[in-house]
Ligand binder design. Sequence first.
Ligand SMILES: CC(C)(COP(=O)(O)OP(=O)(O)OC[C@H]1O[C@@H](n2cnc3c(N)ncnc32)[C@H](O)[C@@H]1OP(=O)(O)O)[C@@H](O)C(=O)NCCC(=O)NCCS
Length: 419
Amino acid sequence: MKRKDPIPEYVVRGVQSEGELRAANDLMAKTQLPNYWDSLGWLESAGPVWAGVKREHTRIALADAEMVGALRLLPLTLRIGRARLKAVGVGWVSTPPAQRNKGVCRALMNDALDYTRDSGAAFSLLYGIPNLYHRFGYVTMLPEYSVVVELRAVDTTLVPPFRVRPVTKDDISALMRIHEAHEARASCSIVRTAAHYRSQFISAAPKTPYWCDWASAQALLDGRGKIVAYFMPQTAAAELHIKELGVTDRTSCAALLHAATITAREAGLGSVRFHVPPYHPFARYLEECDSVHQARHFANREGMMALTDLEACLNAMLPEWKEQMQRKGLNGLPGECTLVVSNAACRVISDNSGLRIEKGMGRNRIALDGQDFVRLVTGYTHAEDVLTQKTPRLKGDARRFALALFPKRTPFIWPIDHF
Ligand SMILES: CC(C)(COP(=O)(O)OP(=O)(O)OC[C@H]1O[C@@H](n2cnc3c(N)ncnc32)[C@H](O)[C@@H]1OP(=O)(O)O)[C@@H](O)C(=O)NCCC(=O)NCCS
């Protein structure tokens, strides 16, 4: 794509009035999904009720006071084990056709990254179109996981003693408890609060094949009326998708498989695709059935993240790292490594007073670009591979220390939390 010169100067800022917000929503709805009214409906009613969203999160690019582009930001908290990391999501990146290839998107993305950094967030997260966002420092790190079960492989003659009914807003605390119980092994999954659930319940998503919705979710209740499992079915042409689910024990896994199979059969479909990560107890339960377990990796598109603040990231990682060191019997072991990421340097120091982060250069340097670091800290890549390639001379205790900080993990964000 050839850029027309000269590149105009843009002012990029948050919208400042209802009129500007309406114009920005109109621009984004026209530029994005084929259905203008679905998009506008989401931007005007569903998006603004998401927990933590402010008016200034709708960012616009202006050229001589004309609005030439817009995007939406969304504040998020991500988990990596015990760590809780502030992040800002980016969505609806839009330049109308007449303004394209003149640097509008670049100006919007630079502003989004500055805004994220200024808000003290460690990461910027987005779901990207192919081959665009790497140039702004993002790297793909969210594979999609699913397990496919053919209906003919499931015995539905034994009916588990559970009642099925639609999920309601009154179930939020039960849903939260079930979800939380299995997320410790996730990397990057979004930390849900009651407000997060409430906003998702209000924001009935547009009925496009991509978005799933709590309005369709079903709860499974035991004999005492307690929710023991839930699932969110979505019919597609070839299979039934279950894009969100929760279980409590093996019996509830059997009940969920039964309920999903019946739902698929009633819809005239031959298989069910459970969008569930491999660490989840339901995926492990399905390993005992006839099933196909898939991991789909993407190159330079879909779930991508950029590092915006190394020090904030490392400080947020401390509770998780302390846990890792304890688990590996390395507590109090003297150790140090210096992470040099892009132009920032921070030391991770372990001694008898514990584990701490200090700004600046120190021993055992590991120099990485932001993209390699994102993949390392989220556990997308194997630390052995990164260290062998980037710091072949890091040996002995120093290497052992670095390996303890960066175990292999499973980055995963549940489809209902996509934005
Ligand atoms: C994608 C989109 C935002 C790009 O906007 P733009 O203002 O034309 O982009 P810019 O002129 O700032 O280009 C920035 C860089 O991205 C590249 N680029 C532009 N459009 C691209 C595209 N569709 N795919 C891949 N790269 C693209 C440019 O070549 C340029 O690269 P360079 O700086 O290395 O030379 C715009 O085409 C659009 O609104 N498309 C429809 C909506 C959409 O798909 N949004 C993205 C949602 S994830």
